[in-house]
Design a protein around this ligand. Structure first.
Ligand SMILES: Nc1ncnc2c1ncn2[C@@H]1O[C@H](COP(=O)(O)OP(=O)(O)OP(=O)(O)O)[C@@H](O)[C@H]1O
Length: 272
């Protein structure tokens, strides 16, 4: 399904991504970990053609998406929806309109400017919000929602594109542990139920272990680990992060602390 061949991106004299190769056979949940500056975001941005590569190929079902131009490039950007750490919603716009913006690449500028959408698209947007448990938020402005709800709106916007691949750049880095869990559960559901590949940059090891089928570790632009969550021992993690013996995994943890009294009502609302 995905074959990355010797992909490199050079900024000035520095290789942000350095000769990266790997392949993924099916719609797996793949996590990319590594410390700040390892090249994770640059790689994801090359995947969806926001950044050009300096060398290499990214083959998706045999087609090199790095060579696409014009309409074919825009079509590819629809096929691989991107989710960002800061949600990237239009804050003063209502939730449904934000979700409908997933169709932006396929619409005329005039229709978008006047926020005119066919009824069937609006119904589809609401159905996706229902699936993600946030339909009751549909008429509200995006800025009125919690971070976790906003990220689920961003996921709904991504689903509106009906993408084959979802690229997520630190999707839970701005969220508290409870919201982070809801968002990761949502991404996992989409991966398993819809068979869409998820490629996510993650900043915490426990999240990578819990949700991913496969973990890729990057350091200084290179892949230094590629394996299953079970193989991601503390020693391996220390190597990926270039840390010494004092490396403490808990510092990268997003798990809900045991001493935090569980707020069942809140959890039920979030998961409803
Ligand atoms: N547009 C750019 N111009 C110059 N250098 C860049 C640019 N984008 C990224 N870099 C450099 O490339 C390297 C990799 O950055 P990148 O953002 O991909 O890392 P990252 O692993 O995603 O880190 P973070 O988690 O902090 O975003 C860094 O040294 C960064 O400074």
């Amino acid at each position: 399904m995905l074959e990355v061949r010797n992909v490199t991106r050079i900024f000035g004299r520095k290789a942000a991504v350095d000769d990266v190769s790997f392949s993924v056979g099916g719609p797996a949940f793949v996590g990319v970990i590594g410390r700040s500056g390892a090249g994770k975001s640059t790689f994801l941005r090359m995947m969806n053609r926001l950044t050009d590569a300096s060398a290499g190929q990214i083959l998706v079902e045999g087609r090199d998406i790095l060579s696409l131009r014009g309409a074919a490039r825009r079509q590819w950007q629809s096929d691989c929806a991107m989710i960002f750490q800061q949600f990237n919603l239009v804050p003063r716009m209502d939730v449904v309109s934000n979700v409908l913006h997933g169709l932006l690449n396929r619409r005329s500028t005039m229709a978008t400017m006047f926020n005119l959408w066919p009824r069937q698209d609006i119904l589809r947007a609401i159905a996706i919000l229902e699936r993600l448990g946030i339909a009751e938020q549909a008429p509200k402005r995006a800025e009125a929602l919690s971070g976790g709800q906003q990220q689920r709106v961003a996921i709904a916007r991504a689903l509106m594109q009906d993408p084959r691949i979802i690229l997520a750049d630190e999707p839970i880095a701005s969220l508290d542990p409870m919201n982070a869990q809801v968002v990761m559960d949502t991404l996992k559901r989409i991966n398993v139920e819809d068979g869409r590949m998820v490629l996510a940059n993650l900043h915490t090891l426990d999240t990578a272990r819990r949700y991913c089928d496969r973990v890729i570790g990057m350091r200084d632009g290179r892949i230094v680990f590629d394996g299953t969550p079970d193989q991601l021992s503390t020693g391996v993690a220390r190597d990926i992060y270039g840390a010494d013996d004092s490396f403490n995994e808990d510092a990268t943890s997003t798990s809900i602390p045991a001493d935090m009294a569980p707020d069942d009502a809140y959890a039920a609302r979030m998961l409803a």
